[in-house]
Design a protein around this ligand. Structure first.
Ligand code: AMP
Ligand code: MG
Length: 355
């Protein structure tokens, strides 16, 4: 069992992070400790990626299943050469176009990276985050930093320093808090180990953006089809989820709104605490609906605004002891693909379709 650790908490300026705090956190990582840090996607829980014992502690602190590999974060594209055995031309194109940024590349793993990091796979996931504090921390640590999202396994990923403290205070050495994460959902995971690149997890870089640079880009069929195992081990877990039951409702706007209003009444009649997560466009419809909690996720025309608030809204539902979360659905184009993937996963793929 993990003993209780005193977690140091450092509020920092996201654009000009305090160098003292960064140096101290870099030292903690270098010497085998765990530090949660902001990235543009979500907060990460970092350890020295070349230190097997430190990486084991990540799994312990999060309660993460052993078969769910970690993403290794670097501060410069030059740093991946020693971590992988091969750099296909597509990797160079992706790095040029999207790093630093929310794109994780899966490449053949170099022997020197401990097996615990890749959960025994012979591939390794690599990313250069686009956040000044993350880059400064990795540089200060002087080592590649293995980091999954900084939540307890099963909880929604943290997009605020406060979320990290709620989940991991007492379990890790330090937290760097630089305020809200810009993207709000995890990175896109792209497998480059075969001829055609495959999206293993939709995220902060869209398929449309990748296709523009790479040509054909496939999507892992396991993401949609429950009868097929997804190729990215972590994707199979029902995470990203609040405690309440998430019910997305899909269809024409008016039909969706009517159904949600109906489900609110039904839920309340059963004594449930009900929340509605909706678009700015339809929020007025629910104003007097009797829902316990109404959250405007963003605009349906701007799916990145929805991505930026989704996990915070999930956590807010938990704080308010919500039992039933009725969610509108959003476009699947652009960032909408990642939003809908997280929403459907949180719902265990049970969606109400109105026609
Ligand atoms: P997290 O950082 O918590 O979002 O989790 C990392 C994600 O990256 C999980 O979904 C993993 O399955 C995925 N991942 C990490 N390494 C690999 C790999 N070598 N091959 C496929 N997916 C990976
Ligand atoms: Mg995670």
């Amino acid at each position: 069992m993990t003993s209780v650790i005193e977690t140091k908490y450092y509020p920092i300026d996201p654009l000009a992070p305090d160098q003292g705090a960064i140096e101290e956190c870099g030292r903690i990582i270098r010497t085998g400790g765990l530090v949660a840090f902001p990235t543009e996607t979500v907060y990460g829980l970092g350890a020295n990626a070349l230190d097997e014992e430190a990486c084991r502690r990540i799994f312990e602190a999060k309660g993460r299943p052993q078969d769910n590999p970690l993403i290794v974060h670097v501060a410069s594209p030059d740093d991946i050469a020693v971590l992988t055995t091969e750099l296909p031309p597509q990797a160079a194109k992706c790095i040029q176009a999207f790093w630093p940024g929310p794109l994780t590349l899966v490449l053949p793993k170099a022997f020197r990276v401990p097996a615990v990091v890749s959960a025994g796979l012979n591939t390794l996931a690599l990313r250069m985050p686009d956040h000044p504090a993350a880059l400064a921390l990795i540089r200060a640590a002087g080592v590649p930093v293995a980091a999954p999202s900084a939540n307890l396994s099963g909880h929604p990923s943290p997009t605020l320093g406060r979320h990290v403290m709620e989940d991991l205070a007492g379990r890790i050495e330090a937290v760097l808090d630089a305020g809200p994460c810009r993207v709000g959902v995890e990175s896109t995971v792209l497998d480059l180990t075969e001829t055609v690149p495959v999206i293993l997890r939709p995220g902060g870089i869209t398929r449309e953006q990748l296709t523009e640079i790479l040509g054909q880009v496939d999507i892992d069929p396991g993401l949609q089809d429950e009868s097929q195992a997804p190729r990215s081990p972590g994707v199979k877990y029902r995470h990203y989820a609040p405690r309440g039951r998430v019910v997305p409702v899909s269809g024409p706007d008016e039909k969706v709104q009517a159904r949600i209003l109906q489900e609110i009444s039904r839920g309340r009649n059963q004594g449930l605490r009900v929340a509605v997560l909706c678009s700015a466009e339809s929020a007025p419809v629910y104003a007097a609906s009797g829902a316990e909690y109404l959250e405007i996720l963003g605009s349906n025309r701007e799916p990145w605004t929805v991505a930026a608030t989704l996990y915070r809204a999930f956590r807010e539902c938990d704080q308010r002891n919500i039992d039933l979360i009725l969610a509108e659905t959003f476009t699947r184009s652009g960032m909408g693909a990642a939003v809908m993937n997280r929403l459907e996963k949180a719902a265990g793929h049970h969606v109400i379709f109105e026609t």
